[in-house]
Design a protein around this ligand. Structure first.
Ligand code: XIL
Length: 361
């Protein structure tokens, strides 16, 4: 009895305070303070926040001559008020970036110099505004395909590989004290991981600051294996950069193989077989989720290189996995349920971390 009360009153940030930062991605309602239940969970359990969408290019810089700082300002103020480590997501990505960014002026083809100028202006304006307050940035998101080749985005096809170096340099100039990260999914796939390790190693050798690498951590109940996750942490750490799990969720629903990972451009149509837990999660699935979450957190605390773990959402009701890759599902990938109650997975994480902490003491 006493044990279970201790577990339900435990706060993740307290249990993890000597190990790594722990946080969540916030949506508009949470940033605006309308979702008070979620904000309370954040206040109690987390010491870092990332905005789920509002600092993406299309949101913060929708037109060439227009920046939208109203909601980002609220987000940054919330972080300051609660004393949280605020992470910015994300400066350079191929998704959620408006078409004008990649268009030439008056119908002319896009000139590399113009794109580079836009990149510099964007980064200087956004990073510069929050200098000293947004403490870290996902500078480049998802530059590689799963097979380790460069993703053929307009960034790459227009500027070549150097777009990455340029983005990191612009960000460092705009806020020399912010930590700067490379972020991607499926880094547990060896070819992709190798490409990222090679890139980060070569940038750091050239003196270009890359302070951390984020594996997004959009994982399934069985995949990737714990061995694959551990190998990822170990290999990424060899670059000398910090290692982060930046968008953690565990999807218990069926997923076509081709969609393992997080390619937001891909979708599958809703069918009843793809939405098996619309009425609630069966006990055996709750149990497997609990075990999976306990296992991955046990791995994270084992490795000193891990400096932050951020969940991609607060409760199951907010998760993007209700809409991706199959729009309209009822998903259950996080540690709090739709009503904001801690799930068996939450308690399992607390128990695993408490056990790990007493073994270390
Ligand atoms: C997702 C958001 O959660 C959704 O709300 C949005 O519609 C699409 O993007 N990798 C990333 C995140 O780096 O920015 C994505 O977030 C999920 C995959």
């Amino acid at each position: 009895m006493r044990e279970s009360r201790a577990v339900s009153s435990a706060a993740l940030r307290e249990i993890l305070k000597d190990r790594f930062l722990v946080g969540a991605a916030l949506n508009d309602n949470q940033i605006a303070g309308k979702d008070t239940a979620a904000v309370e969970i954040v206040r109690r359990h987390f010491n870092t926040i990332t905005p789920e969408n509002i600092l993406k290019w299309e949101a913060v810089h929708p037109k060439a001559d227009r920046f939208e700082f109203c909601v980002p300002d609220q987000f940054v103020a919330l972080g300051a008020w609660q004393g949280l480590f605020v992470v910015g997501h994300t400066l350079v990505w191929h998704n959620q970036t408006p078409p004008w960014v990649f268009e030439g002026t008056s119908g002319a083809p896009l000139h590399p110099e113009l794109l580079l100028w836009r990149l510099r202006e964007h980064i200087h304006t956004v990073v510069g505004r929050y200098r000293g307050r947004v403490r870290a940035w996902d500078v480049v998101n998802e530059a590689f395909e799963d097979d380790g080749t460069w993703r053929k985005t307009p960034w790459y096809t227009t500027l070549g590989e150097e777009f990455v170096a340029k983005a990191f340099e612009f960000a460092r100039d705009a806020d020399p004290d912010a930590e700067l990260y490379y972020n991607d999914y499926n880094l547990w796939k060896p070819a992709k991981r190798k490409a990222v390790v090679r890139l980060v190693t070569s940038l750091r050798k050239r003196g270009i600051r890359v302070d951390g690498i984020g594996e997004q951590g959009h994982w399934l109940l069985e995949d990737p294996s714990l061995q694959e996750i551990e190998a990822t942490i170990v290999d990424l750490a060899k670059t000398g950069a910090k290692v982060m799990i930046t968008e953690l969720d565990i999807d218990p629903l069926p997923r076509p193989d081709a969609l393992v990972g997080a390619d937001v451009a891909k979708h599958v149509e809703l069918t009843p077989e793809l939405d098996p837990h619309a009425e609630g999660v069966p006990e055996d699935v709750q149990r497997r989720m609990a075990q999976r979450y306990a296992d991955v957190f046990s791995l994270f605390v084992k490795h000193r290189a891990v400096s932050r773990v951020t969940l991609w959402g607060v409760t199951d009701a907010d998760s993007w996995l209700n809409h991706w890759p199959v729009p309209g599902r009822t998903n259950h990938p996080l540690l709090w349920d739709r009503l904001g109650q801690p799930k068996p997975a939450f308690h399992a994480v607390v128990e695993a971390l408490t056990r790990a902490a007493s073994a270390r003491a």
